[in-house]
Design a protein around this ligand. Structure first.
Ligand SMILES: [Zn+2]
Ligand SMILES: [Zn+2]
Length: 432
């Protein structure tokens, strides 16, 4: 290559990087760019000075009803194991037009984004785990205990892969999760109600290739093996309303993904930052950096090669720091020129056979799952108290009695006289 050619190639590269850096905004703008032609954009014409914008760049949680044949996918976490305030670890929530909601991976920090969607806890009961690295299930505890406190009436259900040995599988992990959180379980079960603290595990063979592991209400989920760090990791293929959606967990390029994700409507796959990024910005030893990105994970170039082969209607990359996106995008664009989102937390896609839109969730930091119609069963009688007489006798009466007027009003308002817990207390002085 002559020096002049190199220079122009660099300029083209920079121009491309600039366009792709703003890819999601351009993708939303409705301009007909070949590589985003399938992404229907927000921003339809505003017809007057005092009318609604017909098609927005933003999704306000709780304001839209899905059509029966529609799926909404929300990136609740797109980052790395060391979750940050601005970026949680891997998590994608799939909401289906039939009302079902399934969480695919629930990495550290992701529950903050999920809660901001204001979905009642009773509808967040199903979790699929691609593998058992903490950046893919580190916030499982928050869903388990938080949803229990927030009114989930039923157990959680978890689908996850087996391992090479029993102690490397999902069933073992969940059983021991419950052992690790036994104190939390016992105290919450006694004070609230035990059933929502239970977890049903559906462990399936990680070696299964395109085997159906879930088939309910018109949603089928299949699993394919992934190659990542050790035996066990998988990716998921979701079929709904005649569409094929794919959630790839951590994996290096593998033949099962290429074969079974082929022609899918919507494909999520990891794409790692460059080895140079990890050396310069993450202080990784160079010999680790070039294996992490490119042996146990998938680089931008490899991601692009995979997408060019399977040709999805829309491809989504995740699992990198946002600061590394330029390198990720440049790598992808060396090998793939199709529709692409480089996902950030709170990106949202609406997917039907006709169109795929990409927007951002706009929510507030303090939003929580709102209440749904279901009610939890009452506390179970006969459970052993997790508090001894020694500790009970430490209750300091004057401060408890100082609450009496406020509690009397509450009792009167909700007819709780029969259940007045104060009557059994040695310190109780009703008139104080
Ligand atoms: Zn992993
Ligand atoms: Zn990971």
């Amino acid at each position: 290559m002559k020096p002049g050619m190199l220079q122009s190639a660099v300029i083209v590269g920079i121009a491309a990087a600039t366009i792709f850096s703003a890819g999601w905004f351009i993708g939303n703008s409705g301009r007909s760019l070949s590589w985003v032609s399938d992404v229907q954009a927000a921003g339809g014409m505003v017809t007057g000075p005092n009318v609604e914008v017909p098609d927005r760049y933003v999704y306000y949680p709780g304001t839209e009803v899905l059509a029966k044949d529609e799926v909404r996918v929300i990136a609740c976490g797109t980052g790395m194991p060391d979750a940050r305030r601005g970026q949680a670890s891997a998590c994608f929530l799939f909401e289906f037009g039939n009302g079902e909601k399934i969480i695919f991976d629930i990495g550290t920090g992701s529950m903050r984004n999920i809660n901001a969607l204001m979905i009642p806890a009773e509808y967040l009961t199903k979790v699929f785990l691609s593998h058992l690295h903490t950046d893919h299930w580190g916030d499982f505890a928050s869903l388990w205990a938080g949803g229990w406190t927030a009114g989930r009436p039923v157990p959680l259900e978890v689908w996850g892969p087996s391992g090479m040995t029993d102690d490397m599988g999902t069933k073992y992990a969940v059983e021991h999760f419950l052992k690790a959180y036994n104190w939390d379980y016992q105290t919450r079960a006694y004070k609230i109600t035990p059933v929502p603290g239970q977890i049903t595990v559906h462990e399936f063979d990680y070696k299964g290739v395109n085997k159906v592991i879930y088939d309910q209400n018109g949603i089928k989920v299949r699993s394919i093996p992934a190659i990542h760090a050790g035996d066990g990791p998988v990716s998921f293929i979701i079929e709904y309303a005649g569409m094929k959606l794919v959630f790839g967990g951590d994996t290096s390029p593998n033949k099962w993904f290429v074969e079974h994700a082929k022609g899918a409507d919507f494909v999520i796959h990891e794409a790692f930052g460059t080895p140079e990024f990890f050396v310069k910005d993450y202080n990784q030893p160079p010999q680790l950096a070039w294996r992490a990105c490119c042996e146990f994970h998938t680089s931008g170039q490899a991601f692009g090669k995979i997408m060019s082969e399977i040709k999805p209607r829309h491809a989504v990359s995740y699992h990198s720091f946002e600061e590394a996106f330029e390198g990720v995008r440049d790598g992808i664009r060396e090998t793939y020129d199709g529709p692409l989102s480089v996902a950030v937390d709170n990106m949202v896609w609406n997917i039907t056979k006709e169109k795929i839109t990409e927007r951002m969730v706009v929510s507030t930091d303090r939003a929580l799952g709102v209440r749904g119609p279901a009610r939890q069963p009452p506390p179970e009688r006969g459970m052993p108290s997790p508090i001894s007489d020694f500790i009970k006798e430490g209750e300091w009466g004057p401060a408890f009695n100082a609450q009496n007027r406020m509690l009397d009003e509450h009792s009167k308002k909700y007819n709780l006289e029969e259940m007045d817990w104060r009557k059994q207390k040695p310190w109780y002085k009703p008139n104080e």
